[in-house]
Design a protein around this ligand. Structure first.
Ligand code: ZN
Ligand code: ZN
Length: 344
């Protein structure tokens, strides 16, 4: 029976590297994958520090790897295939999956459909047939890893806002997801792109990803209204997960415009909706990360054609065995950290 040195939640605000066993032969619909590149996500910090997720959970839901073995019913992949794995797994056949909302798959919904264990040498993928995608030979791991989660979330934020070519877009917070939102706005044809961020390294990265102007959070609303001649933006993206940011998004969206919320409000069980101004004349959309084979193929197509290059987001590199140190680094948001490449 193979075992995997994997980062596991061991208590509140605690993770440790632990050996966990995996079956030689994956069960029906499953694939066993050997990790070649993984990373730490903002959601991991919510899971470890804030959410009532029990100890013992194998961490990590973003990975590129090589298939070791597949179970019955998995015909699209075989041992030796190089794959990316969606951060949320899906069955491909339930009503939600058939409608293209694989992120809220009805089959894998209890307690949730998050992929677990990708911060380990090996991990098991449920719904492998529709939750993985083959990586083209000419793309390296760093080019495709983010299609599993944050690139898809950032692009989803812009797509679900119904952004039109030439729209003015504000993206609040330039952490990894916000930066992907900024890159998406540029790739999908936004006009003026305004990023909101206070950390200097992230301000610089926002420009690199496509922001025309970066404003400080403290006076973001006033600056954005000034930059848009008091009209407001067509689309405002919330990519932090805080009440104040959400309210600022509502304040800067023009009448008929859209607030697109993708921040994880992990520590805030209630988000209240500002009703001042013209709340009935705005659209508010939220989304979980869009997932599944075709979604990842589409995003890898953008990468392969050179439309998007998110490799600069990998600011740090550690061994998989050093993942625990990576959590501390990521939590502190110091040293310009955005994404940490974890390699076996
Ligand atoms: Zn994530
Ligand atoms: Zn499904």
């Amino acid at each position: 029976m193979p075992s995997s040195l994997t980062c596991v939640k061991t208590g509140e605000r605690q993770v440790a590297m632990t050996q966990i066993p995996y079956p030689d032969a994956p069960g029906p619909g499953q694939a066993l994958v050997r990790t070649t590149l993984s990373t730490i996500c903002g959601s991991d910090i919510h899971i470890v520090d804030e959410l009532p997720v029990p100890a013992g959970v194998p961490m990590g839901h973003e990975a590129v790897g090589v298939v070791e073995a597949v179970g019955a019913g998995v015909t699209a992949f075989k041992a030796g295939d190089r794959v990316v794995t969606s951060c949320l797994v899906c069955c491909g056949t339930c009503a939600r999956c058939m409608e293209g909302d694989q992120q809220v798959c009805e089959t894998f919904n209890s307690p949730g459909n998050l992929l677990f264990g990708a911060q380990g040498e090996l991990f098991l993928v449920n719904g492998a047939q529709t939750s993985m995608a083959k990586v083209p030979d000419n793309l390296e791991d760093e080019q495709v890893l983010l299609v599993t989660d944050i690139m898809s979330t950032g692009f989803g934020a812009i797509e679900r806002a119904g952004m039109k070519a030439g729209d003015t877009v504000a993206v609040f917070a330039q952490g990894p997801v916000g930066l992907c939102g900024t890159a998406a706005a540029r790739t999908l044809g936004a006009g003026l792109i305004i990023a909101v961020e206070a950390i200097p390294e992230r301000q610089a990265m926002a420009k690199r990803m496509g922001a025309d102007i970066v404003v400080e959070p403290a006076d973001a609303v006033a600056r954005i209204m000034e930059l848009t001649a008091n009209r407001g933006v067509d689309v405002a993206v919330e990519a932090l997960g805080q009440q104040a940011t959400f309210e600022n998004c509502c304040a800067v969206v023009r009448n008929g415009g859209t607030v697109s919320s993708v921040g994880v409000y992990g520590a805030f069980p209630v988000l209240s909706l500002p009703t001042s101004g013209s709340f009935m004349h705005r659209k508010i959309v939220t989304t979980l990360c869009p997932v599944g084979t075709e979604r990842m193929n589409r995003l890898m197509g953008l990468v392969a054609s050179g439309r998007v290059d998110l490799r600069p987001l990998f600011t740090h590199s550690l061994k998989l065995s050093e993942t625990v140190a990576g959590y501390d680094l990521f939590r502190q948001r110091k040293g310009g950290v955005l994404k940490i490449a974890l390699r076996p």
